[in-house]
Design a protein around this ligand. Structure first.
Ligand code: ADP
Ligand code: MG
Length: 280
């Protein structure tokens, strides 16, 4: 597969491979939520969104977060992503307690350590794939030449090395989501957080995107947590954490994860259309 070979030589520069099947007892979790409560204040009303959840995620894990609407998935993702702070409890990110940091300190941690992928892709529309992927590095002050190189590598990694100059509207939904994944990993984050990354995609394209995430997780040890309400999608990960009413109700290993690239190989081929530019 071209993107695998391509990446072999680039391994050191973009991500450090650190895939571990098992953890030694001394292995500290990458992420540790400890008795997290979140209470939203709505006027006089308090909404208790999280009731003391505890959750560890180790390096190299691929975790699905599931649960009914309102069960606290997004609240948890916002805390994990340093977009919001818990009301009570502690969040240790690589052993640093980030639960009490200021907004500015959180923003800095977020830029350096978290890669986000959203349901709606959230790409800048009149901006090429390459420039979209360069963006997070601008905030970190990475120099132009290195920015270009790393953005190209990230796009090659998600199989879009030949699409760097395309605008989002010249790409299919699946390709746009792959650009978003490249953007999420270009700063070599500690973890990629994805909230319903396949929510806007048809089923075949969803398998493609899960294939890219499986590849990044399995071949490059990238740690991923994703929210999904589709049990089928969760079966491509290696662990399912089930929320109910602001609590974790189940936390289970996926015994035989589905294999996206094998499934894709068995599907009938699609004719790659070139996307016309929208007249808007
Ligand atoms: P999920 O993502 O699983 O659908 P959320 O984490 O978004 O659940 O919501 C959990 C609970 O917290 C719900 O009752 C929701 O209405 C409430 N909630 C979420 N965000 C806010 C907010 N910003 N202000 C007030 N209540 C909120
Ligand atoms: Mg949600």
């Amino acid at each position: 597969m071209a993107m695998v070979e391509k990446f072999a030589g680039a391994d050191e520069t973009l991500v450090s491979s650190a895939s571990h099947e098992t953890h030694a007892a001394s292995d500290r979790p990458l992420i540790s939520l400890s008795h997290i409560h979140k209470v939203y204040q709505m006027g006089d009303v308090e909404i208790h969104a999280l009731h003391g959840i505890s959750l560890d995620i180790h390096r190299g894990e691929f975790v699905a977060i599931m649960g009914a609407s309102g069960s606290g998935k997004s609240t948890t993702m916002n805390i994990l992503g340093c977009l919001d702070r818990p009301t009570r409890g502690h969040y240790y990110l690589e052993d640093q307690d980030v639960s009490t940091l200021s907004k500015d300190e959180l923003a800095d941690i977020r830029n350096r350590k978290i890669g986000f992928v959203f349901q709606g892709f959230n790409l800048l529309s009149r901006t090429s794939a390459l420039e979209n992927v360069e963006l997070p590095m601008l905030y970190l002050g990475v120099k132009t030449a290195e920015r270009l190189q790393r953005a190209r590598e990230a796009l090659e990694l998600v199989g879009l090395g030949d699409r760097v100059d395309n605008m989002p509207n010249q790409l299919s939904g699946g390709q746009q989501q792959r650009v978003a994944i490249a953007r999420a990993l270009v700063n070599r984050p500690t973890i990629i957080l994805a909230d319903e990354p396949t929510g806007n995609l048809d089923s075949r394209t969803s398998v493609e995107v899960m294939g890219v995430l499986q590849y990044l997780n399995q071949e490059h040890g990238i740690t991923i947590a994703l929210v999904t309400h589709e049990p089928d999608i969760a079966q491509y990960t290696r662990r399912v954490v089930q929320f109910k009413d602001g609590r974790i109700r189940r936390d289970e290993i996926v015994e035989n994860p589905r294999n996206a690239s094998e499934e894709l190989a068995r599907m009938p081929p699609v004719v790659e259309e070139d996307f016309e530019e929208d007249e808007d």
